[in-house]
Each structure stands twice: as C-alpha cells, then as structure tokens.
Write a protein that binds this ligand. Sequence first.
Ligand code: KG4
Ligand code: ZN
Length: 343
Amino acid sequence: MKEYILGIESSCDETSVAICDLEGKLYANIVSSQIATHSKYGGVMPEMASRLHIENINYVLKAALYDAKLDFKDLAAVAVTTGPGLIGALHVGLQAAKALSLALDIPLIPIHHLVAHIYASSYEKELRFPCLSLVVSGGHTELVYMPKEFAFEILGSTQDDAIGEAYDKVARILGLGYPGGPKIDQAAKLGKSTYKLPKPHTENPYNVSYSGLKTYINNLVHNAKQKGEEIRINDLCASFQKRAIDMLVEKLILALKIRPVEQIVIAGGVAANSYLREQVLLAVKKEYPNIEVVLPPLWFCGDNAAMVAKLGGRLYKRQFFADLSLGVFPSWSILDYGVLKDE
Ligand code: KG4
Ligand code: ZN
C-alpha cells in the first residue's frame, strides 16, 4: 500500500529528508547540517550550500528510507520546499523530488517553507483557528494571522533585517561565530541588560526593525575598540536580546487586540530562543490567559524535512499537486501559496 509521504528540504544550509504516513506520524527525519562548513566564512555561502546539497541529498534520502524501514514503492507522494530560500539550494531539492515523482509515478507537492515552519507545531499540538503565528527565522520575521487552514494575512513584518539575521550579524560584530542566535542566547544568560540601546520606530505598529539596532552596536563596539575600552559581551548580548525580543512580543500582544485568536504558534529557527519562549508565555498568560500558546520542540525549530512531510500529508488529502514544470520561488510570499485559490 502506498501510504507514505516523503518530504525534502534544501532551502538554506540543511539537507533533509523525512517520511510521514498519511496521518502525519513521523517515521524518519534525517538532517544533514552544513553549519560546520559555513561557519568558517561567518555566514551561509550560497554556492557552497548548493554544492553540498548535491553531494548529500542521495545519502540523506537513502538514510531516511533505511530509518523508516521503507522502500520507494511505499511512497504515495513527494513533497518538496520550493521557496522561499536560496535559488540554487532550492533547485537541488526540487530536481531530486521531480526525479522521484517521474520515476515512481507519484504526485509532486510544492511546499512553502514558512507554512511548513508553522505546521511543524502540529507535531506538538493540532493547529486551532483562528490562529496567530509569529514566524521568526534567518530570513523572515512575520506576524501571520490565519482565520482558517491555509488562509493567511500578514499583519506585520520586519522593515529591514530578519531577526535571525540580526542575531547573526551582531554575533559576528562581537566575534561570537556563526550561527549567532544560539551563541547570543547563551551569552545573554550570563549577563544583565545594562546597555541602553535605541528602540526603533515603525510606521505600521505591527512591524519591527532591526538594522538600526545592529548599526548602533557596530558603532558602540568600534568606538570602544578605538578608545581601548572594554565591552561587556554578556551584558551587551543580554541588552540586545531583550530589545530584539521584547519588541516582537509587544507587537504580538498588540495584534491580538485586532485579531482575537484561539491559538498562538511560534515558528522558525529563532523560536528556539529561550528568552522569546519565556516572554511569549508570560505575556500571553498575563494578557490573554485563555489563548493556547504552542512552542515547537527545540529540535523542530531549525530547518528540517519532518515539517515538509507533515504539511505534505495535509496537502496530499487536498490534492494540491504540481506538474513537472514546477520551478522554485526564492522570494515566495506566504500570500501567494494558493492552496485555497479554487475555493
Ligand atoms: O529557520 P532557520 O533554521 O533557517 C531559516 O529558514 O532562516 O533559522 C535560522 C536562524 C539563524 O539566524 C539562527 O541564528 C537563528 O535561527 N537561531 C536563533 C536561535 N537558534 C537559531 N536565534 C536566536 N536564539 C536562538 N536560540
Ligand atoms: Zn527555516
């Protein structure tokens, strides 16, 4: 019986293949991270990412089938991330998925990376609508309202850098290495928020902005070096983290005034941040104690194909399929996903 969905993720620096059954139960999730290579350069090198995906994808695919104790003939469909992400990296996953779709004569399901991050939370708890999702990753910072399944409204977003990008850049300024998010998160726990950092102003009250904060810290460090003054790294990390996250939590609570919801979902790589997790729980409990907050398990926050396979299963039931002319969409907006376009 063909009753398994294979998911492929290669949008950035993780090559991942996962397998779910049609009910969404996970059988395998292999993630091959390229972080060790990219960290030598202080960030993701797109060309290198594509090359490593090509080298790794067949091994990762084989390992996922082995882990799940399944064979190609058991697959009902193949779901693949087609955007947003790095163009070359996305193509590697897509070409592998097309080859499987053609050879096995099974449907091809296009997956939007951010929607997959949101649906990753359904491994923890079923999504309940209306739902407000805070999508925070290396490339995105979006406050997404979902009145029902696959309906999206972007209430706010970043005006410049994504929050994960800001963490990575500030970590680089402080010489903490890549990826910066976990490094700053750790250092912040050892420090106190004693630096006075600017609070960015945004026109749209639900938007955030990070580039001014990054530039301020860059200047602060540069000036201190010139004067031979010491920078208290842990305190500066704590101050940056507080400013960066408090801003997001404030916007999230503000958005609940105009969009009452049943559930709040935090999604994406930055959802692993300990201070964000703590602050969202505290603020929602204080202001809206009846709203359920779903935090993805830590291993699920970063990029993985388990979320792709899980979302693939839902879309398989809706027969949301693409043909072999499918391409990749490096800057795909969540508003253009189009699952409900015929409804
Ligand atoms: O979702 P993700 O794995 O990849 C993208 O789709 O972008 O997110 C990666 C981002 C990186 O910027 C990384 O620094 C950040 O997530 N990140 C964190 C933490 N863990 C990862 N940021 C803050 N705190 C963390 N604990
Ligand atoms: Zn991601």
